[in-house]
Ligand binder design. Sequence first.
Ligand code: HDE
Length: 713
Amino acid sequence: MATSFQSIPEPDPQSGAEDKQRRLDAARHDPQGTNLTTNQGVRVDHTDDSLTVGERGPTLLEDFHAREKIMHFDHERIPERVVHARGSGAYGYFQPYDDSLAEFTVARFLADPSVQTPVFVRFSTVAGFKGSADTVRDVRGFATKFYTTQGNYDLVGNNFPVFFIHDGIKFPDFVHAVKPEPESAIPQAQSAHDTLWDFVSLQPEAQHAIMWLMSDRAIPRSYRMMQGFGVHTFRLVGADGRGTFVKFHWTPVLGTHSLQWDEAQKIQGKDPDFNRRDLWEAIEKGAFPEYELGVQLVPEADEHRFDFDLLDATKIIPEEEVPVQPVGKMVLNRNPDNFFAETEQVAFHTANVVPGIDFTNDPLLQARNFSYLDTQLNRFGSANFHHLPVNRAVTEVSNNQRDGFMQMQIHQGRAPYHKNTLQGGCPAIADSEVFRHYQERVDGEKIRKRSPSFQEYHSQATLFWNSMAGWEREHIVAAYRFELNKCDHMHVREQQVEQLNHIDHDLAVAVAEGVGVTPPSGTPTPNHGRTSPALSQVNTLYGSVASRKIAILVADGVDPVAAELAEALGARGALPELLAPTAGSVRGSHDADVPVDRAINSMASVVYDAVIVPGGTGSVATLGQDGYAVHFVAEAIKHAKAVGALGAGTGLVARAAAGSARVEVDGDRVVEDLGVVSAPGATGSVPEEFVESFCTALGRHRAWERRTDAVPA
Ligand code: HDE
């Protein structure tokens, strides 16, 4: 996860990211100040009653307004994406730091630091339907459309750097296995069921991506706090036609952070839109998500220098072998105006490439290059989906493609063919800035056979496992156990445990013990012992409290510190909220009203990053009697969150902590232990030391070393 997070240079005003927004203006419709009309622009004076014969009689066919309104309603839905149906999008821009890629690619948006390129990004889950919950255990899509001055470029990636299969022909099988089982349509957006595990335990190539799926990477805290990867090896092409292999990486400025599984499951009920809301609110509040683009470059001459095949999308190039070079930064700074028009109708396509970027023969990528164009026909029912505002290029589009459902352009001229003389030969073939396919010599037999270089399946899963910290391993073992315990067929559990025996014997045994099967009988594959530290979230970025949500629990009689605390934390970029048993305000111990942001029982600790209980004996006594409030604190303790306590609040937090961290309840000291910060003496004002210590704990994201098994929440 190497990053530099430089600042980007002043862009050339002509190349601004606002270009796409200006063009969208033509399609925007603002109902402010308008009158209600039919689709033909005829004003109507009544839209609540149909045209009937008499007050209680039948509706007339001539009620064109009612018929039009209902007809349109009947056709409001389009098919959801067959995968990645659930998603959230935002606009922004990308800009390179410098021209360091200029010698490798003619793609200006990557190599010219004066160019700021507008982007639209859609984040998604994969398996669930459009209305499914956000925080399921799943891969996240990370798809970026760059509206470059050389045409649209789509980088359609995921938050895992590897995929489950290495040939696209298996994709329908894989997706059928992970989707709800066909006879019952159960379970929704879950990998924890027989068919998925039956499939992957019979496809050893899936085991590496499955290891990622069982890790905390599959439950990101936020779309703003996850990495993105192009996954495939692509090719950069320079002015001299030279190719260079490239892997793309997005790294979030806020670090890569995850939820805890118990918490993720609870959020599915408390706030199914958790990640969507987080993205939306962050952008509305001006906390713009930022990601650094990095590249791993491999000269063509080194194609065969690795112990895996560069064309195999189930493999990473370890960062320690080929460092990730920072290239530029993407900032997401604008929410869409309309979810359907923009986030739903955006159409990504891996074959949307621009001069300077080309494909490789990765068989997964080759299949995608067919699928993404094809799937849009199903979603839009027309080949004209590139006319939709969100999909339109900012460059001129001119060709001889004509007609089709929903043609939005009025093509002039009488010669829609090439070559012609009747239109002056236009559209003409340009002699510069054109896309030229990378010239690669290919020859061979026509065969259905995967290269032996793709046929080593487990060593990188072992690399991932070896690179994990103790707590990351605990989470992985717990995830395998959870998932396999949901499988009804014991032989499916056994099949998967046998696979694990090729990754790490101790892992296989630990999982077997938790899922009621006998430990693997076969000879284990010896663990090679190698690690790649960049894979562990221990080595991500920590320290920032920007946009972290903090619940401050108060009731009547609260010490004056509550409001002061909110101000001090807000000044550091965190998002504190005051929660009380009822909404409105509470009466402070200093006899002043303290406004409250939300009622405790309309929220839950799982949607916050941290909880603080200020003192005030009346306030703490009320909260202590409120089972919901006590549970709120205990749950935050359980999920290893930063928890703060001041004055009498230390008593309540000590009770909730149930011995999992030391909480001071007497004296004047500020004490931090395993992410729990207590300041029993702080009643009149908030000690700076408390704020410092609490923010340090919050900036560490979670105190994973806190042992919370005994905490009942
Ligand atoms: Fe996709 N994938 N995919 N995929 N994929 C789609 O395209 C497909 C794969 C990814 O926000 C679909 O427009 C095949 C890898 C993202 O709109 C569809 C194969 C990676 C998105 C499709 C793959 C992805 C999609 C569904 C195996 C990571 C959401 C709707 C050859 C590098 C894009 C659509 C958005 C969406 C097919 C494998 C990422 C059906 C056949 C590998 C982020 O075309």
